[in-house]
Design a protein around this ligand. Structure first.
Ligand code: GLC
Length: 450
């Protein structure tokens, strides 16, 4: 698969990477709006009430992303309309063919719960422009087309039935709306389009009760001034005083959104969103699935960096979840269930270096997640903190600790991994666990001493 020099991973990343494409397109298409940039008042920090509104989310750590729309009918990635150059009238036919089974979202919510996820975010409208919700502003919506009912309402009910928080993803970029591109250079078009987008957001945040998250996406072809993003956020907070919003309407929002990678941003709330294969929307032929072990490691890495993990499913057009996603999430869920105290409510953790362990932390307790089990002894270099005691988390067995100036060793461990995904050693420390490879290991070893 990798012999062409242009792998599928690279090509999909290139084709689907909205952010990069947006940057390229934005620079060529926003002449007029870039003039407005100077006038734009750019918010520098999160919106008012940030700590209060986001408190639940900081604990929640793990969410389900759902990409579902007309592209699911074709099953060739959610960018199929753009990437295959499908003409709008041809693509519109899909709206009649999209006939999901009733309440498919119930299965998503049950699976999310089982996987240990605490919230769900569904595409209310992706770049294709089709609204999964009832909209008075366009007939290109689920109630008026094939589904014949409001899929956003079903989604919200399903999440609530499982006690999960729920949010709407909403794409600002719109390939279907006649003003969706020309708005960059035609002020009247921009006025109409921005009123439409603000209007749809108003519908989403008015008609479904309490919504916990608004997840904007791709702001092409306008900037914050062009989108009137401050006004947009003000409306959002007026309609939903407890909601959190992301940063993709070109304002900082309540959290940032590294995509397909984990970046622990300093002094900021952040959420890594990721696919389980390589596509967000259903893609029949995409079989490049991440293993449950990779997903668990990613979740731990997010917890370690004080962030969240938003993991995607791309349901089929009937709403059913691809079998492989069910399998992966089921085994991830078993691990999360046994090890939940190491993830939920975890705080940023300074200990990070190991070739076979990952880490998370709560107060003075360090959780060592051993993903490649070395056998009798696990050793960590550079610990600056005195270790008081250690135990295997799930069995509760005490673990022997030997600590000197440069390393701490946990010995007498079983020969084979108790949990093949990751076995956790819970370590009680005298103070907040910290690791310093340079001061403690490099300079601490005898050969560096005078
Ligand atoms: C990108 C893609 C989009 C996907 C999103 C999720 O912006 O354009 O298809 O919905 O990322 O973060």
């Amino acid at each position: 698969m990798k012999n062409s020099g242009w792998t599928r991973r690279e090509s999909l990343a290139g084709l689907g990477a909205g952010a990069a494409l947006t940057a390229a397109l934005t620079s060529s298409c926003t002449k007029q709006t870039s003039e407005k940039k100077a006038e734009a008042k750019v918010e520098s920090g999160p919106p008012a009430g940030h700590d209060r509104r986001i408190a639940w989310w900081r604990q929640a750590k793990f969410g389900m992303f759902i990409h579902w729309g007309l592209y699911s009918v074709l099953g060739r990635h959610e960018w199929v309309m753009e990437n295959e150059g499908i003409p709008i009238p041809e693509y519109e036919q899909l709206a009649r063919q999209f006939k999901p089974k009733p309440n498919a979202a119930r299965d998503w919510a049950r699976l999310a719960k089982q996987a240990g996820m605490k919230y769900m975010v569904m595409t209310s409208k992706h770049h294709e422009g089709f609204a999964n919700f009832s909209s008075k502003l366009t007939d290109y919506n689920a109630s008026k087309q094939g589904p014949g009912r409001d899929l956003a309402a079903e989604f919200v009910d399903a999440a609530r039935a499982e006690g999960l928080r729920c949010g709407f993803y909403y794409s600002l970029m719109d390939w279907h709306h006649p003003d969706g591109a020309i708005c960059a250079t035609d002020e009247q078009a921009r006025r109409r389009f921005v009123d439409y987008i603000h209007g749809q957001i108003r519908e989403l945040l008015t008609n479904y009760g309490k919504i916990d998250i608004l997840w904007y996406d791709v702001a092409w072809p306008l900037d914050a001034a062009g989108w009137e993003s401050e006004k947009m956020n003000n409306m959002v907070f007026q309609l939903q005083p407890d909601i959190i919003v992301n940063n993709r309407n070109k304002l900082p929002g309540d959290f940032s959104t590294p995509e397909q990678r984990i970046v622990a941003e300093a002094d900021k709330d952040w959420e890594s969103c990721m696919t389980m294969n390589e596509s967000w929307g259903y893609h029949k032929a995409d079989d490049n699935w991440k293993s449950p072990k990779t997903i668990v490691r990613n979740l731990i890495t997010c917890a370690r960096g004080g962030g969240n993990y938003l993991l995607n499913i791309g349901p089929k057009p009937d709403g059913s979840i691809p079998e492989e996603s069910v399998k992966i999430l089921t085994s991830v869920g078993k691990w999360v269930d046994k090890n939940q105290s190491t993830i939920f409510g975890a705080e940023r953790c300074n200990v990070a270096r190991s070739s076979y362990c990952n880490f998370s932390r709560k107060g003075n307790t360090l959780y060592i997640h051993v993903y490649d089990w070395p056998g009798d002894t696990v050793a960590i270099g550079g610990m600056k903190t005195k270790v008081k005691s250690a135990r295997l988390l799930t069995s509760g067995h005490d673990v022997k600790v030997e600590q000197d100036d440069v390393r701490v060793r946990f010995t007498g461990l079983p020969a084979t991994a108790p949990d093949p995904l990751a076995t956790v050693i819970a370590v009680e420390c005298e103070s907040e666990p910290a690791q310093d490879m340079v001061e403690v290991v490099r300079k601490g070893r005898k050969r560096f001493k005078a």
